[in-house]
Ligand binder design. Structure first.
Ligand code: WQD
Length: 336
């Protein structure tokens, strides 16, 4: 069976994708620098699937280490998650973000070019659209000036991949994620935010666990159903399966262009208050929260038009928001 390299494979989305790859019978080798995760995740993946992925601890900013890796491993495809991803932090550390997120991408693509490797899946983001003019957001929506350095690394990353795939025939797909949430039903893997969570769901679960005193809801004066901002929250297992679908499209030569991109969401928007109410209901608890002013850089609303992804990837979401919020809470309760 094909062997797939997953960079960032011990991270939140990466680990869930490794599980789904193994479920489909792929051999997996993981590269991770452990800067934003722990090595326990490797054993947890093994507990779920019964198969231990190969693992190499490599900093993808070190070009020689990447070359050495590919001297030892031949792979049939690469799914590239490894990147810094904290939106707020990125604004204060632009050079670190450009070096890590774009430098590692360029080194990987150079190895693919030189060794004639093919099939590259890139972790992109709906942040490339900024505040879209029309909702739901289709792949035809214009790319807007990035609100953060992180978002800019995703925009520039897509351009680098498009040019490399055209010039060197590296068939590639960028998946533009909406908001990944939840945990694997085994509750053995999940989101491991280090420090104070920036994202809504881990902050909610840590508030419910008493780790945080209360959740701050960033603004209730948006032009939405209840004044709080709207996002498309997709279960991380559904998101992981979209990567398998995209990989199979490339391996089976079903792609229509050398570089393609797809919006990966549920197609449904939920406001912050709707998330809070659903979390309380599905987990039978009350959440301590207060309304505060908007967070700088936040957009009003974003949710995906999933028509193209559903059709071209032959993929659609199967898990509900309730599944995501219930598994997120179970995962939080399982943390020491
Ligand atoms: C969601 C909503 C906040 C925290 C993220 C990633 C981005 C991209 C898309 C991958 C917003 C509100 C949050 C809190 C709150 N994913 N909120 N209180 O900003 O949509 O972006 O998903 O690339 O990289 O950062 O997600 O979870 O931070 O916020 O009220 O304590 O929850 O204002 O409306 P966001 P988020």
């Amino acid at each position: 069976m094909a062997k797939i390299l997953v960079t960032g494979g011990l991270g939140f989305i990466g680990s869930h994708t490794v599980v789904e790859l193994q479920n489909k019978g792929y051999e997996v080798v993981i590269i991770d620098d452990l800067s934003n995760t722990t090595i326990d995740v490797l054993d947890n993946i093994t507990t779920i699937t019964g198969v231990k992925p190969e693992f190499a601890q490599i900093d993808l900013r070190v070009k020689k280490d990447i070359k050495d890796f590919f001297d030892s491993y031949s792979v049939d495809g690469i799914i590239h998650f490894a990147a810094f991803k904290a939106v707020g932090e990125s604004i204060h550390k632009p050079l670190d973000y450009y070096e890590n997120n774009l430098g590692s991408l360029i080194y990987l693509l150079q190895e693919m070019r030189d060794r004639k490797l093919d099939n590259f899946i890139f972790s992109s983001s709906c942040t490339v659209y900024g505040q879209a003019d029309e909702l739901p957001i289709t792949e035809k929506a214009p790319i807007k000036t990035a609100e953060s350095v992180y978002g800019n690394t995703k925009q520039i990353g897509e351009e680098i991949i498009r040019d490399a795939s055209t010039a060197h025939g590296i068939n590639s797909i960028a998946l533009r994620y909406f908001n990944p949430v939840g945990s694997h039903p085994s509750i053995k893997i999940g989101e491991l935010p280090l420090g104070v969570p920036q994202n809504l769901i881990p902050f909610i679960t840590q508030t419910a666990a008493g780790i945080r005193a209360e959740l701050s809801v960033f603004g209730e004066d948006y032009n939405t159903v209840d004044g709080t901002a709207v996002r498309d929250y997709i279960h991380v297992v559904d998101l992981a399966k979209a990567h398998i679908a995209a990989l199979q499209r490339l391996i089976n030569n079903k792609n229509k262009e050398s570089f393609e991109y797809f919006n990966v969401g549920t197609g449904k928007g939920s406001s912050v208050l709707e998330i809070i109410n659903t979390f309380e209901k599905v987990n039978d608890l009350k959440l301590n929260y207060k309304i505060v002013k908007r967070r700088a850089g936040d957009i009003t609303a974003a949710f995906a038009d999933t028509t193209i992804a559903n059709k071209e990837l032959n993929w659609k979401t199967e898990l509900s928001l309730e599944d995501a919020l219930s598994s997120a809470w179970k995962w939080q309760q399982a943390q020491k």
